[in-house]
Design a protein around this ligand. Structure first.
Ligand SMILES: Nc1ncnc2c1ncn2[C@@H]1O[C@H](COP(=O)(O)OP(=O)(O)O)[C@@H](O)[C@H]1O
Ligand SMILES: [Mg+2]
Length: 249
């Protein structure tokens, strides 16, 4: 499904990602763990196609098709979704209109029928309930005046709504209480399926109690330096990244 080959990304004169290889087959959930500043967000932005995060080497393909020539909106239409570590607010933009427009733009780009207002409202309300955002909150402009936890709930609402083929979650669990964490687990597990892949960036074992990953990778020194099964999260929590970070040097 998602294949990353020899990915090199330079920011401000530093090679943040340096020949990174990673493969996530359809139907699998892979977790990425790694020290602060190791390039986890850089990797997620590069996959999603954020401006300024163009690789100097390597390729990223989704189902064999290179994403690199596509803009972020085209990648989204192909089903690439990024849940931001720090989701931005968009004051002045009505939340439901914004999301319906975004969803219908994606559907249109895929040659699918647009969703009517009534149909949208129905699914939107269902997902809002699942993620625990009140109708009152959702009347506010997009993420405007939301707490950190509420913004993460909004990210999960979008993920449920867009039904992306490939979901990247950049520290969605950071700063969440136990109930919100369980909600994130519910959303991921309800979307899990043979045609969908996940890349879950996290620092904590806790999320992985709710979302059982197929593989865990350690990112250090600009590449994946170690990979293992779900048991690796506990090992990392106990012994830290030091042992693997030195392998990267
Ligand atoms: N736009 C940028 N320009 C220059 N350096 C950047 C930029 N974005 C991130 N960096 C640097 O790249 C490194 C990796 O950052 P990041 O990907 O956010 O790490 P992580 O998400 O693993 O904590 C850091 O040293 C950070 O300062
Ligand atoms: Mg980050």
């Amino acid at each position: 499904m998602l294949n990353i080959n020899n990915l090199t990304v330079t920011l401000g004169g530093n090679k943040i990602l340096n020949g990174l290889d990673l493969s996530v087959p359809a139907g699998e959930v892979h977790a990425i763990m790694g020290p602060n500043g190791s390039g986890k967000s850089t990797l997620s932005y590069t996959i999603a196609g954020r401006d300024g995060y163009e690789p100097s080497e390597g390729d990223i393909t989704l189902d064999g098709e290179s994403l690199l020539e596509m803009g972020p909106d085209e990648r989204a239409a192909k089903g690439v979704f990024l849940s931001f570590q720090s989701p931005p607010a968009i004051p002045g933009v009505a939340t439901m209109n914004f999301l319906r427009t975004a969803l219908n733009a994606q559907r249109k780009a895929r040659g699918e029928e647009e969703m009517s207002s009534a149909e949208f409202l129905k699914v939107f309300r269902e997902h809002a309930k699942t993620v625990g955002l009140s109708p009152e909150k959702l009347k506010r402009p997009f993420n405007d005046g939301y707490s950190g936890g509420e913004k993460k709930r909004m990210e999960m609402l979008q993920m449920a709504l867009f039904e992306p083929r490939f979901c990247i979650m950049d520290e969605t669990d950071s700063g969440l209480d136990i109930d919100a964490l369980r909600m994130v687990g519910e959303v991921v597990n309800s979307l899990r399926g043979p045609d969908r892949g996940f890349l879950v960036i996290t620092h904590y074992q806790r999320l992985l109690d709710y979302v059982k990953p197929d593989r865990i990778h350690v990112l250090a020194g600009g590449r994946i330096v170690h990979s293992g099964g779900p048991e690796l999260a506990k090992e990392l929590e106990e012994s830290g990244y030091e042992q693997f970070a030195s392998e990267a040097a």
